[in-house]
Design a protein around this ligand. Structure first.
Ligand code: NAD
Ligand code: GLY
Length: 378
């Protein structure tokens, strides 16, 4: 199901520009309406003989033509590579389609890649850009809420492995991010909710005033009110840019952005990629991580209840999936031991250490089992 927004569609309007400060790898994140079809959005992008748009079968018919026209102002040749759509295709075989196209078109090491789509397209295009001829420039043009507030910013690129989510990848920063809020008009309802999971996470880990704001504006966000979405994207990106600016390669602080993801990745891998949306798994995962925080005495029950209610209001699941009817907790634990934060098989959880503050630490298996038993549907 799709809905209309209150955004003006006719002309490009740059509402906000958030900088991400990474020294020579710094770049701007532009947030506005009508941006992806406007030539001016790409005037400062790296020059090259060829530009290659990487997109998928769902997004291409909606937006590839507009982007193609905008890029044609700056690049003599603009090509489009269209991938199959879905998390299940975030793999080696699909990644190789990008390399096939680049080599087939004789693309040189200055060729600029443009990722047009959600987080799956963005993560795969980024990884292709990191590795094609040992690195070509790329630009993120995220078209889902989730990719606008999270995956397009910060340079994490990856594909999945059957044994673990996002296990093969690289840190590789884009040259810029162009968030066109107008593209959210065509996003299915379920995908909008999935994006709200990554918006909500910024509250408990970093900014309780933002959590208050989300409680006041959740209905407007679900109705796609333009001003509310612009504010949610801007504040999310500001927090993410600040965290990544402190710890680009996740040697410490950046791990807090994975609040809800340790349990969530277990759901995604355990159910088979594509069954639960990433944001849905993060929604239930945040409830589980908050419950674990409570059992460790870090937050009280009222906080867990407040967060759970907001996640439910976003249209997200608040209970985890059953991965194994015999021993569900063992199935979660097995998946979580291959999480990238795990050290020597010791699972590291992002927990809430008092409202608005996160820590990364391990927890006794017995407590984790209790949480899984308490939080999963049977
Ligand atoms: P997605 O890329 O699968 O997009 C969701 C669906 O919406 C797809 O079917 C897509 O084709 C469709 N779509 C995209 N834009 C649309 C539009 N404007 N209108 C209509 N349909 C549209 O999923 P996602 O939620 O955007 O991203 C999830 C991925 O992002 C996961 O693979 C996750 O691991 C990754 N991720 C990465 C990071 C990071 O830091 N790199 C952070 C969070 C998530
Ligand atoms: N989405 C988590 C990160 O970018 O670190």
């Amino acid at each position: 199901m799709t809905a209309t927004t209150t955004f003006p569609q006719a002309s490009a309007q740059n509402l906000h520009s958030v900088p991400i400060d990474l020294g020579e790898r710094s770049y701007p994140i532009h947030i506005g309406t009508g941006l992806l079809g406007a030539a001016s959005s790409f005037a400062a992008c790296p020059k090259a003989a060829q530009a290659v748009i990487v997109t998928n079968t769902t997004v291409a018919p909606l937006y590839a033509q507009q982007l193609q026209a905008a890029l044609a102002t700056h690049y003599p040749q603009v090509r489009t590579v269209t991938l199959p759509d879905g998390e299940a295709y975030k793999d080696w075989q699909t990644l190789n389609l990008i390399f096939d196209a680049l080599l087939g078109h004789g693309c040189d090491r200055k060729t600029a890649l443009f990722a047009l789509g959600g987080g799956v397209v963005g993560d795969m295009t980024g990884f292709a850009a990191a590795s094609y001829m040992r690195g070509v420039p790329f630009v993120q043009i995220p078209t889902t809420l989730l990719s606008q507030v999270d995956s397009s910013v910060g340079g994490k690129t990856a594909i999945n492995h059957p044994l673990g989510k996002n296990m093969i990848g690289a840190f590789y920063q884009p040259q810029r991010v162009v968030c066109d809020l107008s593209s959210l008009a065509t996003l299915p309802e379920r995908e909008l909710s999935a994006g709200l999971a990554e918006v909500i996470k910024y509250g408990p880990i970093a900014d309780m005033a933002f959590l208050d704001w989300l409680e006041q504006h959740m209905d407007a966000l679900r109705q796609r009110d333009g001003a509310a979405l612009a504010q949610a994207v801007k504040r999310s990106v500001e927090i993410k840019a600040w965290v990544v600016g402190q710890d680009e390669k996740e040697s410490g602080l950046r791990a807090i952005l994975n609040f809800g993801h340790t349990f969530g990745h277990a759901i995604e891998a355990g159910m088979g990629y594509g069954h639960w949306l990433h944001g849905e798994a993060v929604g239930a995962g945040m409830v589980m991580a908050a419950e674990l925080s409570q059992r460790l005495g870090l937050v009280d029950g009222a906080f867990v209840q407040r967060l759970t209610q907001l996640i439910a209001r976003a249209g997200l699941p608040t209970r985890g999936a059953v991965l194994d009817a015999q021993d569900n907790a063992a199935a979660y634990l097995a998946h979580m031991r291959v999480d990238k934060k795990a050290e020597a098989g010791d699972i590291r959880f992002v927990l809430i250490d008092g409202p608005g503050q996160a820590i990364v630490r391990s927890a006794p298996d017995a407590l984790v089992r209790e949480v899984i038993d308490h939080c999963c549907c049977s």
